[in-house]
Design a protein around this ligand. Sequence first.
Ligand code: C2E
Ligand code: MG
Ligand code: MG
Length: 585
Amino acid sequence: MHPEPERTVPSAHTPAGRDAEVDAVLVHAVLDALPSPTVLLDPDGVIVLTNDEWTRAGEQHGNHIPPGADYYAAATAVHGDAEGRALVRSLRALARGECTSVTVDRQVPSPRDSRPRWYHVQASRVGGRGHVVVTHTDVTARVLAERTSAWRARHDHLTDLPNRAYLHELIDAELQRPDGTPVSVLFLDVDGFKDVNDSLGHDVGDDLLRELATRLSACTRTGDTVGRLGGDEFVVIGRDCDAEGAQALAQRFRDTFDKPFELAGGTARLTASIGVATTAGPDPHVRSTDLVRDADLAMYAAKEAGRNRIEVFTSELRDAAEQRATLAAEFVRALEQDELVLHYQPVMSLPSRRCTGVEALVRWQHPQRGLLYPGDFLPTARQHDLMTPLAHWVLGAAARQTAAWRDAGLVLVTGVNINATHFSTGTLVDDVMGALADAGLDPAQLVVELTETSVADDPERAAAQFAELRARGVEVSIDDFGSGYSSIGQLVNIPAGILKIDRSLVAFADGRREQTAAAIAAVVALGQACGIRSLAEGVETAEQLELAISLGCSFAQGYHIARPMPAGDVQPWMTAQRSAAAAPA
Ligand code: C2E
Ligand code: MG
Ligand code: MG
């Protein structure tokens, strides 16, 4: 090492002949002019001089070290053994001329306000005898700002819980532990959170999420971490937590929902669906994304099974998810390649018992799996946002078929099922009118069916679009009425023309004819009061048909009248039915 030429006190710029007293005054003045706390050390680390800033900062923070004290001893005491010794080693080397400067960042406890402070420490050798000047620039504000922004980047702004990115970091760190202790991930989604947000507003929704964050955190052990992925989705990491422990934790989460939530001056009872995934054993290939995805799949299964429950991930769930993904891809192809077909189920007008309409019901002629029914593929289509493309296809095909029957002398009114998501696209009215125009069909020959639950999801939007469709001559019906929970108030405000009474109401159990009759009579009467006609769905027996007629239903549909049939069978069936009705008894 080649030590640099020594600077001296007094310096080369000091005129020769100046006495030592003047130099000492000058050095003092120079030190005092420095804005940072500064000390001058002798070659053994004893403080020779300090500036005003050093005294002021020391007094402010309660750790003043006066001239004459041993800086090296103080540094070791303040920074702890290893850090302090490293600093002292560097300063000694500097005093010996083995390096030119020392620069380090130091954290120093502040006895006065219990929070540490950060200093940028810079030391240089001065004079020829191994003196060292050390400046301590306070960088606490900068460090805190950096730390705050780093913290913000990893935490959710609403709940202050770890966010998605940080949760994945934490899970990955846990998975990489060499001891291979089990790790569990719980995926929790609040059931019906959207309703709270929509009906009570986003501020109330935010309050609910904060309250939930507090409750969930209170249920966990100190080693566990509760985080928020976004929306109403929370993820909890159970450290050293096997499948059994994870289910116990999930149960505690469910229990915490027993207590109602205080919202907007009232109380609300809520539930959650929880999915649990646990590592199967040490496996270097498992990543946090795998574990969170598995817990998410289990949560999805909990939703599917009716919400408010806990499901544990199994490999069958993953297989089912893969099959759904394959099915979704195949469904896109089916839409493009005309693998879908419509079957039509006759609708009987009461009490004349003449079939005047049909309902179009979609089927999928799958090249490998044969004819698939809506229950086999609509859930997947819904999950992959394919309901609106499906509706385009159905509207077009049903309108063209109805026009073809009309041209062949058979005038029918065709019902088409539309999904709730179509409301939110805002294109429903245009799509319906477009299909009618393309097929050259009279709007009076089309009925748009929307389920009670999809109407209840967004009654205002439903009301607006229903009104517009009806103004343009297209009838609208509420499907599966009685299967959901819409209030009578909602029903009165929805401008629908037909109420389709759900099969579950019509198919009365043995010995419950009276109760069923009373329920149907109430719905029919309510409909009549609002100018809405009723249709009994799922009529499977002659007795049910008689009941529908006697209670004043306008229409009936069901296996007792006819099953859904391919388009080509409709005209012969209608002809046969009409000639049978016309034949003398
Ligand atoms: P939905 O609109 O209520 O249609 C009536 C369903 O009940 C049909 O089932 C029909 O085959 C069945 N059904 C009719 N009469 C009887 C009966 O007497 N007894 C019994 N047990 N069932 C009867 P499908 O075709 O399986 O359709 C099921 C649901 O799928 C439909 O219920 C509808 O919500 C939906 N869907 C069908 N086609 C479409 C479509 O093109 N688009 C949309 N978005 N949904 C559709
Ligand atoms: Mg329907
Ligand atoms: Mg129905």
